[in-house]
Design a protein around this ligand. Structure first.
Ligand code: G3I
Length: 365
């Protein structure tokens, strides 16, 4: 079994004028339910995508698609330690600055990904040996990075994929350098530091495998809530949970479980964001029409489950076009057909998934 690789201001990120006009048309045409409900259902949800720097620099259609389809942009890899800190003594912000400048020039909101992760670390960080060293480096990293983009990156994935694959209350955390050297406090230090440096930023706990109808997804949802509850109990700011939502076409969605999760987030006064949406179709038939229809239906089922209880702050896909996706290498199909995980095909043509996402962007769903 292929090891599962780890796997702006929002309120400012007004949906595009086109989306609002569509919403207005929807309401005028009565396609949005009754007046009371319309107030909730018509709230457009900003759409976004991760931007991979290689494609961003090389492919003008990639940049054009980000401009056209996104209200939100997140650097896919350029705010990770591996990109910023190859050299321990200096920060290389070149990639991140390029994507941030593009987003600001095109009035897109920005997400930052990710201030603390156990992966995509430079060798020197993986080689740290003491608690004092890990705490010093983590705090310094977050101070420098969050301060640089203060007031520009509206939302941070402060901690990414900290939850163990099959967690228990006794062992909630993955075995990372941070957990080994700092213990559970690694999460608190990251959130406390980010909040201190940019008190206006929205701070998110981001993780995956929350969506499927299996016991360990339910356990991970419980642990994610526990982590946020503990932060809140200690007065450490946390604003929401990021559901990465790398959806497996063959596994389906735990609708009841996801809706219970949304209610529990409400009880904790926490937001939800969909942060890395794509569809892993390696077990689906080769026929691209069938795969695209199945992927759109799965995304629709998932988003309907979430939105029926709670409107996400944003819906962000992990790329826009099948031309570029981590899924090709991580989940290769036996028939060697290319994966079709995203809203646009490899030639930037809209697939059924895009229409599903655009309805949320226009506030029609
Ligand atoms: O750009 C360099 C290229 O110049 C070089 O020749 C090549 C070979 O070394 O590497 C390229 O960088 C790669 C980068 O992706 C760009 O494609 C890195 O090695 C590779 O590690 C990196 O992988 C990324 C991965 O996270 C690890 O950081 C994927 O693009 C990215 O999609 C993936 O995203 C993660 C999220 O951050 C967290 N959730 C899961 C998600 C999927 O794994």
């Amino acid at each position: 079994m292929i090891e599962r690789h780890s796997q702006t201001d929002w309120n400012e990120a007004q949906p595009t004028r086109r989306a609002l006009l569509r919403a207005a048309a929807g309401v005028a045409a009565g396609t949005v339910a009754g007046a009371g409900h319309a107030a909730v259902a018509s709230a457009p949800i900003p759409l976004g995508s991760a931007a991979e720097i290689g494609a961003f620099r090389a492919d003008s259609r990639y940049r054009a698609a980000l401009k056209r389809h996104c209200d939100v942009v997140v650097p896919m890899n350029d705010l990770k330690w591996e990109a910023l800190r190859q050299d321990r003594s200096r920060f290389d912000f070149s990639g991140a600055d390029e994507i941030v400048a593009f987003a600001e020039a095109n009035r897109k909101a920005l997400r930052g990904h990710a201030l603390l992760w156990g992966e995509a670390l430079p060798a020197w960080a993986k080689a740290m040996t003491t608690r004092a060293e890990a705490e010093r480096e983590l705090i310094r990293h977050i101070e420098v990075v969050v301060d640089r983009y203060k007031g520009r990156i509206a939302t941070w994935d402060v901690v990414n994929e900290a939850i163990r694959w099959e967690p228990s209350p006794r062992q909630p955390y993955r075995d990372t350098i941070w957990q080994r050297l700092l213990g559970p406090e690694h999460v608190e230090i990251a959130f406390r530091t980010a909040a201190r440096v940019d008190p206006k930023a929205r701070l998110v706990l981001n993780d995956y495998h929350f969506e499927e109808p299996v016991a360990d997804a339910a356990a991970r949802r419980r642990i994610a809530l526990d982590i946020c509850r503990r932060l809140k109990d200690k007065g450490i700011p946390v604003h929401g949970i990021g559901m990465q939502a790398h959806l497996y076409a063959e596994k389906g969605i735990d609708v009841d479980g996801v809706q219970r999760f949304m209610r529990e987030l409400d009880d904790l006064n926490l937001d939800v964001e969909i942060t890395e949406l794509d569809v892993i179709d390696w077990k689906m038939p080769a026929d691209s029409g069938k795969r695209d229809a199945a992927a759109a239906a799965l995304v629709s089922t998932f988003l309907e489950a979430v939105v029926a209880v709670k409107r996400p702050k944003a819906i962000v896909t992990w790329g826009l076009t099948d031309r570029y996706s981590w899924i090709h290498e991580t989940f290769p199909r036996r028939d060697s057909a290319r994966a079709r995980p995203l809203p646009l095909d490899a030639d930037y043509r809209a697939k059924p998934m895009l229409a599903v996402l655009e309805r949320y962007r226009a506030g029609l769903s």
